[in-house]
Structures are given as C-alpha cells and as structure tokens.
Design a protein around this ligand. Structure first.
Ligand code: HEC
Length: 169
C-alpha cells in the first residue's frame, strides 16, 4: 500500500527530468522507436505502386467482341506489336499471355496509346520499363484500333484458358 505514494512522486520527477533534457536530445530521441511514422515518407519503395488506371475488373473478365478481335489480330501484325510481343514467352516486350487478367482495359489502352507517358507516370508501366530495359514506342494507333487489339488480347487469353485474375504482377 505504502508503495503507491513514492511512485507518484518519482513519476512526476521523471517527467520533469525528461521534459527538461528532452529539448537538447530531440534529434537522437526521434531516432529510436518512431520509425513507423518515418517509413511513410521514406524512399524505401519509391511511390506506392498503385496505378490509377488499373482499378476495377480485369479486361478479360468481360465478354470478347470476336468481330473486333479479328480486326485486332490484323492490327497486332500491321502495327508492329508482333515484333516485340508474343504469347507464352518474353521477347523484347513482356509476354502478353495473361495480360488481360493482369490489367484493366483502361490501363492497356493507355499503355498502347501513350506508352511514353505511361512509363513515366504509371507505376506498373514504369516497373515494366525497368524489367525490360526498353521503352515501348508509340505505334500511332487510333483509340478504336487500341480497343480492337485489346479484344484480340482477350481472345488469346480465352483460347489459352487464362481466365483467373492475377492482379498487377
Ligand atoms: C519495340 C518493342 C515494342 C513494340 C513494337 C510494342 N511493344 Fe508493347 N511493350 C514493350 C515493352 C518494352 C513494354 C514494357 C513497358 C515499356 O518499357 O514501355 C511493353 C508493354 C506492353 C504492354 C503491357 C504488358 C504487361 O505485361 O502489362 C502491352 C499490353 C503492350 N506492350 C502491347 C503492345 C501493343 C498492342 C503493341 C502494338 C500496337 C506494342 N505493345 C508494341 C515493347 C514493345
């Protein structure tokens, strides 16, 4: 019972001592356990890898427009995509097998229409640039042509049986 009294007094004394020398010690004191707040602003992972274009259902979750897909297949050849991309293996561009289960249609449309902007501003595209060590060139497609190519990519994934969303890997 009698222990309670000195405790209060010692606590007060300790508080005074800490606040007294805390000012001089401020920089080193903040170095100890407060790393969790520091981590939020640290540069460890760069910008958090959240793409504003990649939110929502994966492109391949919606029905394939087979008429557009056929046009898209021709564009994939004539617009030079096939020089760098194929399905089932990586060439100078990423393997496009499964791409419609990795990405949204909006993300792919932006990547196809504005690859030079995406690698700068979009975290996923920027990461791919690092992995491939190559900038995808702008192939000058019209928005409708990009949409047709995306239908073709969806068609390829259906044919290959890739029907499960895989997130942003
Ligand atoms: C000179 C090679 C090259 C050409 C041509 C090219 N790409 Fe790419 N593509 C790349 C590279 C490299 C990347 C990775 C991002 C970057 O570095 O720009 C990429 C990324 C992509 C992605 C994202 C892949 C993923 O895993 O998310 C898609 C989709 C894509 N390209 C489609 C196309 C289409 C469609 C065309 C034709 C209109 C095309 N590319 C033409 C090299 C190319």
């Amino acid at each position: 019972m009698s222990r309670l009294v000195p405790c209060g007094a010692a606590g007060l004394l300790l508080a005074l001592l800490l606040s007294g020398c805390g000012k001089a010690d401020a920089p080193s004191a903040s170095a100890s356990p407060s790393s969790s707040s520091g981590a939020l602003t640290s540069t460890s992972g760069g910008v958090a890898a959240v793409s504003k274009y990649d939110a929502g259902p994966r492109a391949g979750e919606s029905e394939v427009n087979e008429v557009l897909a056929e046009q898209g297949e021709k564009l994939f050849q004539s617009k030079g995509c096939s020089a760098c991309h194929t399905f089932g293996k990586k060439m100078s561009g990423p393997d496009l097998r499964g791409v419609t289960m990795r990405r949204t249609a909006q993300w792919m449309e932006n990547q196809i229409l504005h690859p030079e902007v995406m690698t700068k501003e979009d975290p996923i595209s920027h990461r791919l640039l690092g992995e491939m060590a190559l900038q995808m060139p702008n192939q000058g497609l019209a928005p409708g042509e990009a949409k047709a190519v995306i239908e073709y990519l969806k068609h390829e994934d259906r044919e290959a049986g890739v029907t499960t969303p895989t997130g942003t890997k």
